[in-house]
Design a protein. Structure first.
Length: 66
């Protein structure tokens, strides 16, 4: 990951990069996000949260038309 962060920061002149993941369950979407310093690779901030898997959220995560 550190080589990828260095390349991204160099190409985009970024001092920090926002990265994360999400996982879809039957009724909930679990989200994880981190802000990483590109010079030190230290995590500057992190958050985990859940969103209800309602009709709007299903539309956002569906890959129809892609």
């Amino acid at each position: 990951m550190s080589r990828r962060l260095a390349a991204l920061s160099k190409n985009h002149h970024a001092s920090a990069i926002l990265t994360g993941t999400y996982a879809v369950a039957s009724k909930t979407v679990y989200v994880n996000a981190r802000l990483i310093d590109t010079n030190s690779n230290l995590v500057l901030g992190s958050v985990d949260f859940q969103l209800p898997l309602d009709a709007d959220m299903r539309t956002l995560i569906t890959r129809k038309g892609l």
